[in-house]
Write a protein that binds this ligand. Structure first.
Ligand SMILES: Nc1cc(-c2ccc3ccn(Cc4ccccc4)c3c2)n[nH]1
Length: 234
């Protein structure tokens, strides 16, 4: 899987060389390239923004640098197997299903905007050539797309076979289908007693059936309290 990041802050993506994703890069499972969008500017000030047509506050990202970056990175031939992800507050919510689908992609290009956003014609042009996903990280406002791209990257890449040391852990996670789409149960480790708090006895019983039942009950109760929207049978 090749991941490209178009951004005016390429150093944001240096962190992808650390830990899990770092190992995936070392193992050749994932190939990461961060690009400074200003590479595709030609004026002395390396300008990437301009005033909004129709007025309004702030600045808008010019289309030209994006188009030239696309030409260099992707060429002009349409290829629906290339996924262009555009983090935006007006996008569809990024969910685990999106991460699962994108984890099968061979190529993903993250377009990280800043200012008040990217000239919409960039999205229109990209949509004619590649598979475009305008995605929101959540219902809160960030200053740009980089943090969202990092979060989405981690959610996507951890699902790629060979990236996680223990793929079994994927099936027990919140939002995973094996977990019936419920929130994850509380987890414990040693010591059995810590500052007056004890590990639930059932987890020390060695009775796998009782443990599984307790975990299912905990997941349902937690989901009922915190995320009733995830419960389908009520
Ligand atoms: N979930 C989520 C995504 C973003 C996001 C993504 C890309 C950009 C590019 C510029 N901004 C700043 C901005 C703030 C508000 C209105 C318009 C633009 C961005 C914010 N915020 N929240």
């Amino acid at each position: 899987m090749r991941l490209d990041y178009l951004t005016i802050f390429p150093e944001f993506f240096d962190v992808l060389g650390i830990s899990l994703l770092g190992k995936a890069v070392d193992n050749g499972i994932v190939d990461i390239h961060a690009h400074d969008l200003r590479t595709w500017t030609h004026d002395r000030h390396r300008t990437v923004d301009d005033t909004p047509c129709g007025g309004g506050a702030g600045m808008v990202m010019k289309p030209d640098p994006w188009g030239e970056a696309f030409d260099d990175l992707l060429g002009a031939d349409p290829d629906p197997s290339v996924h262009v992800v555009i983090p935006t507050p007006s996008g569809t919510p990024f969910r685990q299903d999106d991460a699962a689908q994108l984890s099968h992609a061979d190529r993903i290009v993250f377009c990280c905007g800043r200012y008040e956003g990217i000239d919409h014609r960039v999205i229109d042009y990209a949509s004619e050539h590649w598979s475009v996903h305008e995605l929101s990280l959540g219902d809160y406002v960030l200053n740009g797309g980089e943090v969202a791209a990092l979060a989405m990257t981690e959610a996507i890449v951890r699902l790629v076979p060979g990236v996680l040391g223990n793929p079994e852990s994927l099936s027990e996670e919140s939002y995973s289908q094996d977990q019936e789409g419920l929130l994850e149960y509380p987890v414990y480790t040693r010591p059995a007693s810590w500052r007056g708090w004890d590990v639930p006895e059932v987890l020390m019983s060695g009775h796998h059936g009782h443990i599984a039942q307790w975990r299912r009950e905990q997941s349902r109760e937690l989901t009922r309290r915190r995320r009733p929207d995830l419960l389908t049978d009520e």
